[in-house]
Design a protein around this ligand. Structure first.
Ligand code: PRT
Ligand code: ZN
Length: 226
């Protein structure tokens, strides 16, 4: 097994929706950092807890590889990574330790405004565009629905207008993006928010104690916020 480590390394999003709230939460837990010149690594000052600033999609994999110990990431990203690995017969990358109460959104199936919705079986034989092929495929299989999954890395909501797909499976918060593309949500596959993610097994060194302490502090901070 890996060499014991004395410092805890937490991966958070470098920029994007979860970057600021993740930092703010960690700061309210009493952490402070010295900003690295490369803006990738922040050295923890008040506690031996360092930050790595990365793309959100990389966070579960970084935990799986032991490059990072914990991460703050959307449940949608964590579950998608794990679903993709599960489909390949591989172990989960990371597990959810606790929900964090920000970054709320849903992973919804949406269909064109004019189309009547009669239920999930209506999706049989259709092409569904998504950036979440693992979660969509798992859900379709669970429902016994045979549909095509069109994997797109972005701009999923324009796929029906381009004739590339008949429906979409995408993240929704206000619903404005779907509405602007004349789509309406009909089903929710996943309710998501930012979560603290960690490894499947204990570290077996000083990091376990640090991770426990951090979670106790998060409990306190999140209780006050409610
Ligand atoms: O660069 P990096 O890869 O790190 O960032 P990213 O662009 O992949 O992620 P980012 O910053 O957009 O989102 C990070 C996380 O925020 C997501 O993984 C979700 O967990 C969470 N989140 C919360 C959202 C939304 N709300 C959201 N609304 N992520 C994306 N959206 C999209 C949505 O798909 C739609 O296209 O924002 C658009 C606006 O949403 P509406 O419904 O309000 O119009
Ligand atoms: Zn991303």
């Amino acid at each position: 097994s890996a060499a014991p480590r004395e410092r805890l390394r937490i991966a958070i999003q470098k920029s994007g929706r979860l970057a600021e709230p993740a930092r703010a939460l960690l700061a309210s837990c009493g952490l402070s950092w010295r900003e690295g010149r490369d803006r990738l690594f922040c050295h923890g000052e008040s506690l031996p807890v360092d930050l790595l600033l990365v793309r959100d999609d990389d966070i579960p994999g970084l935990i799986a590889e032991g490059v990072c110990d914990l991460g703050i990431v959307g449940r949608n990203v964590l579950d998608e990574t794990n679903a993709g690995r599960e489909a390949l017969g591989a172990a989960a990358a990371a597990r959810e330790l606790r929900p964090l109460g920000f970054g709320d959104c849903r992973l919804d199936i949406a269909i064109p405004d004019g189309v009547e919705w009669t239920g999930p079986t209506q999706l049989s034989g259709l092409r569904i565009a998504t950036s979440y092929p693992g979660l969509l495929r798992r859900w379709l299989d669970g429902q016994g629905i045979d549909a095509g999954v069109v994997t797109l890395s972005g701009s999923v909501e324009i796929a029906p207008r381009l004739g590339q797909a008949d429906a979409v499976c995408d993240l929704v918060s206000s619903g404005a993006t779907l509405a602007a593309n004349r789509l309406r949500p009909v089903l929710t596959l996943l309710r998501s928010e930012a979560v603290l993610a960690g490894p499947l097994r204990a570290f077996g060194d000083a990091r376990d104690e640090l991770a426990q302490m951090l979670q106790r502090r998060m409990d306190g901070v999140l209780k006050i916020r409610d």
